[in-house]
Write a protein that binds this ligand. Structure first.
Ligand SMILES: [Fe+2]
Length: 214
């Protein structure tokens, strides 16, 4: 299959002022698109994987090559990232239902979870991603990954499960507005998290052991 850039579920300026329209446009139409283009170029060398959907492909990227690993991860992670964002006021401002309870029991409170996630995002050296993941043992983990690695990738990294929330901490995600101030970007990113989508990812997919499909 040929992978394509999904439409954003909001307008380019809908996340202002915390995420500016120029950053969203370049990040989505240039950076994300480039990962998809390169993935489509790299996949034909692995004919047994070319027909897989994007989520299934993540499971079996180990054993391909750097181009497939980096660009398959880059495509999947960005799909989750865009879906995890929403204009202020259009989503519940924090998790609810079973996910809220599991966050409280796992991390102490929602605030303690946010602190731990923020630390994971800010402390990752150079480029990478921060994740909230429902691990294969049924517990939640906050963690970060280098490059475009994600917890769906068997044999890559040390946390494996279903990612339900992610924050892009590559400089291209924030440099135009925040320059080197990654902590300020992450602080404002919390204001535009789409908790309705994250809870849906947990209830509909992660609880059933399924990767969120894109
Ligand atoms: Fe990115």
């Amino acid at each position: 299959m040929s992978h394509t850039l999904p439409a954003l579920p909001y307008s380019l300026n809908a996340l202002e002022p915390h995420m500016d329209a120029m950053t969203v446009e370049l990040h989505w139409s240039k950076h994300h698109q480039t990962y998809i283009t390169k993935l489509n170029e790299a996949l034909p060398a692995f004919s047994d994987r070319i027909s897989l959907d994007l989520a299934s492909l993540q499971k079996v990227v180990a054993g391909t090559n750097a181009a497939v690993i980096n660009n398959a991860g880059g495509h999947y992670n960005h799909c989750l990232y865009w879906q995890n964002l929403a204009p202020i006021g259009s989503s519940n401002p924090q998790p609810f239902g079973d996910l809220a309870g599991l966050i409280d029991s796992s991390f102490g409170s929602f605030d303690e979870f946010k602190q731990k996630f923020t630390t994971a995002a800010v402390s990752r050296f150079a480029s990478g991603w921060a994740f909230l993941t429902l691990k294969n043992d049924g517990t939640l983990a906050v963690h970060n990954t280098p490059g475009h690695d994600n917890p769906l990738m068997d044999g890559i990294g040390d946390v494996h499960g279903i990612p339900i929330l992610t924050c892009d901490i590559w400089e291209h995600a924030y440099y135009l507005k925040y320059q080197n101030r990654r902590p300020e970007f992450v602080e404002n990113w919390w204001r535009i998290v789409n908790w309705d989508a994250v809870v849906n990812n947990f209830e509909k997919y992660a609880k059933n052991g399924q990767a969120v499909p894109f």
